[in-house]
Design a protein around this ligand. Structure first.
Ligand SMILES: CCCCCCCCCCCCCCCC(=O)SCCNC(=O)CCNC(=O)[C@H](O)C(C)(C)COP(=O)(O)OP(=O)(O)OC[C@H]1O[C@@H](n2cnc3c(N)ncnc32)[C@H](O)[C@@H]1OP(=O)(O)O
Length: 235
């Protein structure tokens, strides 16, 4: 579970059954993630690869027996929160997601626990693709406004790539740098396995006009903000 989620207006009828269902979805995503990684790295011979492709298509046909047409949007979780299970960075149903876990680490601060970016995320040889880094930092920085009660969309995200990020274990962190009404400026960093900062980021996150009526009125900095208790984010 990642920080910054909001309570669902829908009651959870059978949390135990939903928890088991979530675990099965998570397990499927984990299995496909392993498949993604090995699809990139495999050196088995060509007939074996062709045979695997046939089997994978048969598995896709089984899943398509019951699949929704479009994206998932927000769904109610077993603990009564709203969650974007299809999110490509944190979504528990998305095998493309590394996946990240972003935790609140203090007042207006969040961190992505160490996680591994492997061969499927390669850009420069042996190193993480810059666009993947941007996605990771967008997610980590974007969680911070949500945990202080101003869940905003990214208006800009500026990155400074200080040094190449080796594939392998990475982590992230972010904190509020300033607030101005519905706008939250957040700074953060990506760190490599040695704890060295490889990329610095600054983002502006804006609560869209259409969403403001649901979030109360900001009166200045984060300390002055009164988010309605029932709509507040988790820790
Ligand atoms: C409720 C939402 C869902 C939340 C769910 C929970 C989230 C839980 C954690 C998720 C973490 C996700 C991390 C991934 C987040 C994405 O990936 S979001 C997707 C990428 N971003 C987008 O698609 C945003 C597209 N842009 C827009 O929709 C609109 O331009 C914006 C940014 C919402 C602002 O539009 P608006 O609501 O009409 O407001 P507008 O009056 O234009 O601007 C408001 C203020 O911001 C300023 N501003 C706007 N853009 C800029 C800019 N680029 N530079 C400087 N200032 C700017 C304006 O000047 C204005 O300032 P003031 O005059 O008030 O001082």
């Amino acid at each position: 579970m990642t920080a910054g989620t909001y309570p669902s207006p829908e009651p959870v009828e059978d949390p135990e059954a939903l928890r088991a269902d979530e675990a099965a979805y998570r397990d499927l995503a984990d299995a496909v993630r392993e498949l993604l990684d090995l699809t990139v790295r495999t050196r088995v011979d060509q007939p074996e690869r062709a045979a695997v492709a046939t089997e994978v298509r048969a598995l896709s046909a089984r899943l398509s027996a019951r699949a929704q047409d479009g994206p998932l949007g927000l769904e109610t979780t077993s603990d009564g929160r709203l969650r974007d299970h299809g999110n490509p960075m944190v979504g528990m149903r998305n095998p493309v997601a590394p996946p990240l876990t972003v935790r609140q680490t203090g007042e207006g601060e969040a961190a992505a626990d160490p996680f591994v970016l492997g061969a499927a995320y390669e850009g420069p040889p042996g190193h993480v693709h810059g666009g993947i880094i941007a996605s990771v930092l967008d997610q980590v920085l974007g969680t911070v406004p949500a945990i202080v009660g101003r869940p905003g969309m990214t208006a800009y995200l500026n990155l400074t790539y200080r040094r190449p990020t080796p594939l392998g274990q990475v982590s992230g962190r972010a904190r509020v740098a300033g607030t101005d009404g519905w706008k939250t400026t957040v700074t953060g960093e990506l760190l490599d396995a040695d704890g060295q900062v490889t990329v610095e980021a600054e983002g502006l996150f804006v609560v869209p006009r259409w969403a403001r009526q649901y979030l109360g009125t900001p009166t200045g900095d984060a300390g002055d903000f009164e988010a309605p208790a029932e709509a507040g984010p988790d820790a």
